[in-house]
Design a protein. Sequence first.
Length: 433
Amino acid sequence: MKPIRVGLLGLGTVGAGVAKVCRTHREELEEMVGAPIVLAAVVDQDITTPRDGLPLEGLPLGRDVSTVLDDPSIDIVVELIGGLEPARAYILRALANGKHVVTANKALLATHGEELYAEARRRRCMLAFEASVAGGIPLIRSVKEGLAANRITSLYGIVNGTSNYILSKMTDEGLEFGRVLAEAQAEGYAEADPTFDIEGIDSAHKLQILATLAFRTCVGLGDIYVEGITRVTPEDIALAHEMGFRIKLLAIAKSADGRLELRVHPTMIPESSPMSAVSGVFNAVFLNGDVVDDLMFYGRGAGQFPTASSVWADIVEIARRLAAGHAAVPQDLPVLGRNPLGLKPIEEVVSSYYLNVSALDRPGVLAQVAGILGKHNISIANVIQKVHQKAQAVPVVMMTHEAREGDMQKALREIDALPVIVAPTRMIRVEES
């Protein structure tokens, strides 16, 4: 049987994990494929620095990408360099040369996925991306194939381990955001520039990929409302606990009445929810399908070996096809439905809300705030007023019934303009179901 030859672009954390798995699990992988697998070329700009647990001796190392992209004997290209460019150009070049591609590059797929999928179809090549969302959790394959008989109605996901680690530490230890972020960076759970993680951008990338697959609708990054966790305080977390909630950064997609809402933001969820127990760097995604009902996927959302596991799942799937002589088919890639969903703007989304109003301790403040909320069709479910001795400003905490986002934003602008308000009102959306 002709060997399946694999070329690897990038020998960073995940790339090194892919190479290690090839060495330790080659026999099992080849049994599943039905043909020999050869890691034929590994390209990285740094080919001298030792990788932990991976001897470089014996690896087919080089710095020239053409040894992977242009060698006609390479069957599968694995792109693990990250970023938008030159990763996009490399994948297009590999596809143009008739090579199948595996990538873990969620930012690239979320930004240029439509172009890459179209090129893969045109070249009759496979483009697989299991590792792009939720690390080692086999989520892409489950949505694309395992749930093929379902119309997905909703998905809620904790899909960024860095933000979940920060919120978990703030919850468990009562620490401020800045201190926990610094600890996360020291432990290697957060990048030196953590913007993509803490501002929700990484979660939005993953939601774009998931929603395109799950709802068979063309979704752009600009269609997703994104809000990060930087304004969440220990006080918010403690008050949430007092009311029976925990705060998580959720990626949310829901379809109803032919429209799709897409959002990433800090969310209060009931402590009784299984998702509230997802802590540290773990990920979880909760799906509802009209046939299967509720499903929850849980596991490590990042890391060398969990992500390498997903990369190898894609390599094995493609290698099996090649060994059996089966060509790629258009349905291997995201397929849009004949009746794609319309997109619901954030202003029309309906949610319950937590409000933390910082006001001067004056008579009638609560009545003023409640009056503005009522004017905008927002009713209050309950109120907690914390008395701080000798403090000029006191927090007035409210939970509302369901209301339109647009109405809430108008109300907040009026509330924050009151002379008795001393700081912008903190608002967190609540998902009780």
